[in-house]
Design a protein around this ligand. Structure first.
Ligand code: PEP
Ligand code: MG
Length: 846
């Protein structure tokens, strides 16, 4: 015995009906808002989540009562109404109520073709979605009477019953099938993947068809008041006319009208000026009252306008920014709300070129999206080839197994970088983000054959010179040239960020190694440089030779001699940075990598070096081997070099102080900060700091000028975090280097993690790649301990983060809660960080 639902289990949508998004879904709520705005919405009834759930389990509604709300013979539609539009729902079913009698009635008034089309479309969707018959059996493309008769026959022979003629039965069947479809496993998994809870409900909307048939202008359309790509005010959309009496329908596209006047053909504006003007009025009204740019679905029936639905216009990131700023400038929303409406990571789409989402693409390989943006170029397999391409002004993509510091110049020359190995903080990824070069790493589905100069992924093989598109935003590599969208750093973008700055209460600095990086950082209003990795300065050709000379020096004097010649170059580097940053703090990290990174790896390279240094090849090979380490990341690097080969740091520190004096002398304020990397013990800091102070004293007395500077420590070993209390006694700032800190906390090489990271994430071992998203539980606890112990020892201690996590909204939230003074991230992430930080403040203000 089926359960019968009571008469009050549905609500007619009126301005005052008790309809909520949480009980009836977004569509019902939206329709109620349109009714409240006096839009001509056809008669609509909303079924709640609870009722639909009951229907799914076999309960029946009193449909006679429900149908009593509509005129006799009224055709109906049923549409899904989940709590959020993105959770989807079963396909809408239109023209419920079509049967033999209705067909004859419509045919008599508007002609047989119109009636046949409506009936056939209904039979088709009923067969597929309600009776679950094979849709191919019913896919007649040309609606005509024989096709309709065949469909009715086929239906009867498959179901062994004639096509239902009772509108009440049709409606009952449609409601039941839609309710059950929602409960199906695949529908549930699909919506859960989009964030819906397990028990998400489905509402249904039963609406009178304003089907666009009539004796005047009739048809269906969609209108938007902005361009969805740019966000500029512009009427866009379409209107499909059935013509007068519907006879002209479907003829050679003559039925599709422009919305606004257009030289190319007839428009709705000309044909139905009153309805068009009414649509414009509704659009403006919806914008100001619903405080959004809406897309209105409408029909005309005998020239009368009906509004069937209105949803937020789906838009690009660039359009989102423009719309939010324009709405705030027009006083429709507050500035804070405009800031909250933009996803921080969407801003990064505006900063870089993007693959046009409308383009047809063929994927070559997928990898980790390591540096955003898209670029097109010819495949090259070496840095030398990349530099040769750049010399010919030919865009190229550098494809490597992995990159090393030797590849920096090649990376500078390439439009994008693709590597087989690596993760979010491997060399290619870090440098790619710093340079703003799109980068995909860890593309383990490809194999490079360096000898043949080819790269294979599945069945596709590309040779040097073939065209490739790298989409670093989505971690995709596409074959050939794909259309790209240009960046959009327009005035709306700047305005939004200015509003963000007015809210932001944590400093945002940039990781910048070169004058080019520093200029970008300054352009994005970074409040200083939080990390300048000085080793990159030694890879220029002339410097590399001097560097190698220094590494191979036999005595301390010889080493000092090579460093003496490097000093003016370093001084010039720092002067450039100080000039560009105009008194904003510049935090210079002393030399960090193991020395063998500066040595050639090939036999040819070693031979060339022997020549350049005028030493026997055997000695070069022996010394190079002696420098190599089993585990260089945990070997002789960072402060360990500073303690054991103090001349390098001495040269760098002198260069910093001399640059400070010279630039201040020109009238530009300078705020230098010196940061010691890879510290694990307080004594390391004590030793290096006392040498720094001694050099400062020498430079002061030699140049006869006083200057200020700060010395701090990069906390990137777990021990440094644990011992932050005593380390802080010798450091005026601690900056957490979360790349190495993550590597050492997990005991997981940042260069090799890419090989198994996706398996680990898929199997739920790690919730996310910890090199990408800061591990708040483990690494985060070290940050928390380090910050608390450091501040306890010294309450004026400056705290910051400068690992790659620094620009992520969730790390910013965490660091802000710990009372950090600033975060530092790659220059292109500065705008993202500014917005994310502002949103945290607004969120707190409630
Ligand atoms: C770090 O380890 O977090 C860091 C910023 O330094 P690098 O990436 O140069 O090792
Ligand atoms: Mg580090």
């Amino acid at each position: 015995m089926p359960k019968y639902l009571t008469l009050t289990d549905y609500a007619q949508i009126t301005g005052s009906a008790p309809i909520k998004r949480q009980t009836h879904g977004w569509r019902s709520k939206c329709l109620q808002r349109l009714v409240r705005l006096d839009m001509p919405v056809p008669q609509t009834i909303a079924l709640s989540f609870g009722v639909v759930r009951e229907i799914a389990t076999g309960a029946q509604m009193n449909l006679r009562h429900l149908l009593g709300h509509f005129p006799k013979g009224q055709l109906l539609s049923v549409r899904p109404s989940a709590e959020h539009p993105q959770w989807g729902g079963p396909a809408a079913i239109l023209n419920i109520g079509m049967n033999d009698e209705k067909h004859a009635e419509i045919a008599a008034i508007y002609g047989e073709p119109v009636a046949t089309e409506l009936y056939l479309r209904f039979v088709q969707s009923y067969a597929a979605h309600v009776a679950h018959l094979d849709p191919d059996m019913f896919d007649a493309t040309e609606p005509c009477l024989p096709a309709l008769q065949a469909a009715l026959r086929d239906y009867e022979s498959e179901v062994e019953e004639p096509f239902p003629q009772s509108p009440a039965q049709q409606l009952a069947d449609v409601l039941r099938s839609m309710a059950r479809a929602w409960e199906g496993t695949s529908a549930r998994l699909l919506r859960q993947a989009k964030g819906a809870p397990v028990d998400a409900g489905l509402g249904l909307v039963v609406q009178a068809m304003a089907g666009g048939i009539g004796s005047g202008e009739s048809g269906a359309g969609l209108i938007r008041f902005i361009d969805a790509e740019t966000g500029m005010a512009q009427v866009t959309g379409r209107f499909k006319s059935r013509g007068v009496h519907g006879q002209d329908a479907m003829k050679n596209g003559a039925d599709v009208l422009y919305l606004t006047r257009d030289k190319r053909g007839p428009s709705l504006e000309e044909r139905c000026p009153e309805a068009f003007a009414e649509l414009l009025r509704h659009g403006a009204h919806a914008r100001s009252r619903l405080r959004e740019e809406m897309e209105i679905e409408f029909t005309l029936e005998d020239g009368k306008l009906w509004v069937l639905d209105a949803v937020n216009v789906q838009r690009s990131s660039r359009a989102s920014v423009r719309v939010a700023v324009d709405l705030a400038n027009d006083g429709v929303i507050e500035r804070d709300e405009a800031l909250m409406r933009i996803q921080p990571k969407a801003l990064s789409d505006l900063l870089h070129r993007q693959v046009d989402a409308r383009a047809r693409t063929t994927v070559f390989v997928r990898g980790i999206a390591a540096s955003p943006g898209a670029a097109i170029g010819r495949v090259v397999f070496s840095s030398t080839a990349a530099q040769a391409c750049a010399a010919r002004d030919e865009p190229c993509i550098l494809v490597r197994r992995e990159t090393t510091p030797e590849d920096i110049r090649g990376m500078h020359s390439a439009q994008a970088v693709l590597t087989e190995r690596g993760g979010m903080t491997s060399h290619a990824a870090v440098i790619g983000r710093g340079l703003g070069v799109p980068c995909v790493v860890g593309a383990s589905g490809m194999q490079i054959d360096e000898r043949r100069k080819t790269v294979r992924a599945g069945d596709n093989i590309l040779s040097e010179g073939d065209m490739l598109t790298v989409d670093g935003t989505n971690g995709m590599v596409l074959i050939g040239e794909v259309p790209l969208l240009e960046p959009a750093l327009d005035d709306r973008f700047t305005t939004l960020l200015d509003w963000a700055d007015a809210r932001c209460d944590i400093g945002i600095r940039a990781n910048a190694d070169t004058p080019a990086d520093a200029r970008i950082a300054r352009g994005f209003k970074a409040q200083g440089i939080g990390l300048c990795r000085t080793e990159h300065m030694f890879f220029e050709d002339d410097r590399l030779t001097l560097m190698r000379e220094m590494i191979f020096a036999d005595t301390s004097e010889d080493r000092r001699d090579s460093l003496e010649r490097l000093l003016p170059m370093q001084r010039a580097d720092f002067m450039d940075l100080f000039e560009i940053m105009q008194g904003e703090p510049v935090c210079i990290r002393l030399f960090d990598p193991p020395l063998h990174e500066f040595l050639p790896h090939s036999k040819d390279g070693l031979r060339f070096l022997a020549d350049a240094l005028d030493k026997p090849l055997s000695e070069i090979v022996r010394r190079a081997e002696a420098l190599s380490e089993f585990n260089p990341m945990l070997g002789m690097r960072g402060v360990r070099l500073g303690v054991t080969i103090p001349e390098i740091y001495e040269m760098q520190v002198r260069a910093i102080f001399e640059a400070t004096v010279e630039v201040s002398h020109r009238g530009t304020p300078v705020a230098p900060e010196i940061m010691i990397p890879l510290v694990s013990a307080m004594r390391e800091v004590e030793l290096v700091k006392s040498r720094i102070d001694a050099i400062a004293a020498t430079v002061r007395s030699r140049m006869g000028v006083d200057f200020e500077y700060r010395v701090g420590v990069m906390v990137e070993t777990p021990r440094a975090a644990l011992r932050a209390g005593d380390i802080a006694l010798h450091a005026s700032f601690l900056s957490f280097g979360t790349n190495d800190l993550t590597q050492m906390t997990y005991g997981l090489s940042r260069d090799d993690a890419g090989r198994f990271m996706s398996d680990y994430v898929q199997q739920g071992v790690f919730p996310e790649d910890p090199f990408h998203t800061l591990d708040l539980d483990g690494v985060g606890e070290l940050l928390q301990l380090g910050a608390a112990r450091g501040r306890k020892a010294r309450d004026d201690l400056t705290l910051s983060i400068c690992g790659e996590h620094g620009g992520n909204p969730e790390s910013i939230r965490f660091c802000r809660e710990l009372g950090f003074d600033y975060v530092s991230c790659s220059p292109f992430r500065v705008p993202v960080a500014r917005l994310a930080a502002a949103q945290l403040v607004i969120e707190e203000l409630g």
